[in-house]
Design a protein around this ligand. Structure first.
Ligand code: UT7
Length: 323
């Protein structure tokens, strides 16, 4: 049994914050942010939550795929910024859309979250016991940012992207590669609550995301091209056969470096980071949905996807588009 992606959806918060807006509240500039990263603006949540954006993205993906909530038997959300420790964001989505027969759970693979969810869904569908999966990458990263740390807070945004994948006799998830390197985990980290019991003195200080940007940059530009090459080869293809490279949107310089290493035109690397910033697990599905709605994805096209980030984690896949 194979996997076929049949619909996509996304949701961004209403509020848009430009680089110029940020330069009014911290020591930064549009020039620094756009020249170092390619980011010009990002959406930040006010009343939106990780679950509300996930639900909206899910409804749009279901509509795009022509799938009802009753048909969905698996919901996986990749997120590091769920609204609750429990219930999982996936369970909140399940309740909101009324997917009463679904198994629902979250996974944490940071910026690779959607890609890991795709691979997990593929494994479930292959068993033959599950038919239709809703996979989501969703983040409200703005709540995890230290807004006095200009080196990280200007990079990230909020949003959610979703896709419906269905079991199919002909497999369109042509190949997959994923990996983790926990030894380097500290280069992109965000502590959870510290111990809180009668045996310890509890710190009341909140913890925020800390990133060693240059280390993460080096990791991305070395690991992602290798992973993509491995996946493309496993799919029986060459880089020339790939119509689009849909990569996690962290920095335009990373996309350019990957294109250069693969000897592929940058035109094959669509971007959303200019108007979304880095939305961790949501980056890949939001970009895929934007491309789908712009009519860029044609039947038979080969799309390479890749996520990379906290963990450290990375994943790539080659999809044949047939929605
Ligand atoms: O999604 C997970 C994956 N994450 C990534 O892939 C991120 C990968 N890393 C990067 O994209 C880049 O390393 C950054 C965009 C995070 C940083 O770019 P950089 O070229 O490595 O800059 P830097 O950290 O070396 O900082 C250069 C200078 C420093 O000043 P000095 O020490 O040279 O005087 C910083 O203090 O830029 C300064 N700086 C800023 N200036 C204005 C740092 N942040 C800002 C800012 N505005 N927002």
């Amino acid at each position: 049994m194979g996997t076929r992606m049949i619909g996509t959806g996304s949701s961004l918060p209403k509020a848009v914050v430009t680089n110029d807006d940020l330069s009014k509240i911290m020591d930064t500039s549009d020039e620094w942010i756009s020249s170092r990263t390619g980011i010009r603006e990002r959406h930040l949540a006010k009343e939106e939550t990780t679950a509300s954006m996930s639900t909206e993205a899910a409804r749009r993906a279901m509509e795009n795929a022509g799938v009802t909530a009753q048909e969905i038997d698996l919901i996986i959300v990749g997120t590091v910024s769920a609204d609750h420790v429990t219930p999982a964001c996936a369970c909140e989505v399940q309740a909101a859309i009324g997917a009463v027969d679904a198994v629902a759970f979250d996974i944490n693979a940071a910026c690779s979250g959607f890609m890991f969810a795709l691979n997990i869904a593929h494994a479930y569908l292959q068993t033959g016991f599950y038919k239709t999966a809703l996979i989501i990458g969703a983040e409200t990263l703005s709540k995890l940012m230290d807004w006095s740390d200009r080196s990280t807070c200007v990079l990230f945004g909020d949003g959610a992207g979703a896709a419906i994948v269905r079991a199919d006799d002909r497999n369109r998830l042509l190949a997959f590669d994923q990996g983790s390197d926990g030894i380097k985990g500290s280069v992109l980290a965000c502590p959870n609550r510290s111990n809180n019991n009668p045996l310890v003195e509890t710190s009341k200080e909140l913890s925020y995301v800390h990133m060693d940007g240059q280390e993460v940059y080096k990791f991305a530009v070395t690991t992602v091209p290798v992973s993509l090459q491995r996946t493309i080869q496993a799919a029986g293809l060459t880089v020339e056969d790939i119509d689009y490279f849909v990569l996690h949107q962290a920095n335009i310089r990373i996309l350019q470096a990957v294109a250069k290493r693969l000897k592929v035109s940058e035109d094959k690397f669509p971007i959303s980071l200019d108007h979304c910033g880095n939305i961790s697990a949501a980056s890949v599905p939001i970009l895929l949905d934007e491309m789908n709605r712009q009519g860029l994805l044609k039947s038979g096209m080969k799309i390479a996807l890749a996520g990379f980030g906290g963990g450290l984690t990375w994943a790539s896949a080659v999809l044949e588009w047939d929605a």
